[in-house]
Design a protein around this ligand. Sequence first.
Ligand code: ADP
Ligand code: MG
Length: 289
Amino acid sequence: AVPVALVAGLSRAAHYGALIKGAKPLEALAGIQTLILDKTGTLTDGRPQIVSIQSHGVLSEDEILYFAAALDQGSKHPIAQAIVAAAQARDIVLPIPLDIVETPGDGVRGTVDGRRILVGGLNFVMEQVGASSSSAAPQEPGAILVALAVDGQLAGHLVMADALRSGTSELLTGLRRTGIKRILLATGDRRAVAEAVTEGLGFDAICSDLTPDQKVRLVLSERENGPVMMVGDGVNDAPALAAANIGVAMGVRGTAASAEAADMVLLVDRLSPLLSGIEVAQGARRIAL
Ligand code: ADP
Ligand code: MG
């Protein structure tokens, strides 16, 4: 039988916005040693704004936004959704794209108006147009860069910025007080962006340019030091959430894939239930012992 203290703990955690999927994860939550946070949509609020659009001469800014947004309509990625919202705000009418293939965390390929389009991170797009990712990229330290290629040629970039969630510094301090020894960032984005967003937060390590597979490998290698909690929102985070002792999904604007893979789902669009959940779990453990 499940002790009463655990049942009460699950219901208290839910009250704070942390849906914990059973007594086992609640118990594991009390002893987390390492916290790994995803960046876009997890550490940041996931509502990136377009700062500027840069064309390589052939297309206008609106045409760059048109092709990028057309392709990104089917994507759940926060950057994709921001690009679509920006096109709608400019009253750009979006066509239905064909032959869509999304590579989670990297970008999307497909056909729009008979032209082959690629939109996504610099490495993803530049690899496929056969150029180095630094050539012609805007020099904007800390900004998220999205590249667009049309018919195999680099057409332009969207420069985007995403804000850190408020209260993050205090939250990380509180989490360390529960006994968490290491806090790491794991992102598919570039190092410069990862460093800018975590500046002054005292992260123990920044792991950038990660594929979904590499996020899994990071979780598994950190597990050698003790129980790991991994928090993420994207399809690209789901395997890493499943690999962690406690996988946590952002439930409000995160993807269904991440919520399914998780042991705990945050029911509010904030990170604070991470701390409440651990405190409730530690309280339940004291009573259950
Ligand atoms: P994180 O791991 O921090 O959540 P992601 O790996 O999800 O970040 O995204 C990394 C980068 O990939 C983004 O900064 C963006 O350049 C690019 N990207 C991924 N998916 C898309 C998409 N559907 N449309 C445009 N850009 C994308
Ligand atoms: Mg993310």
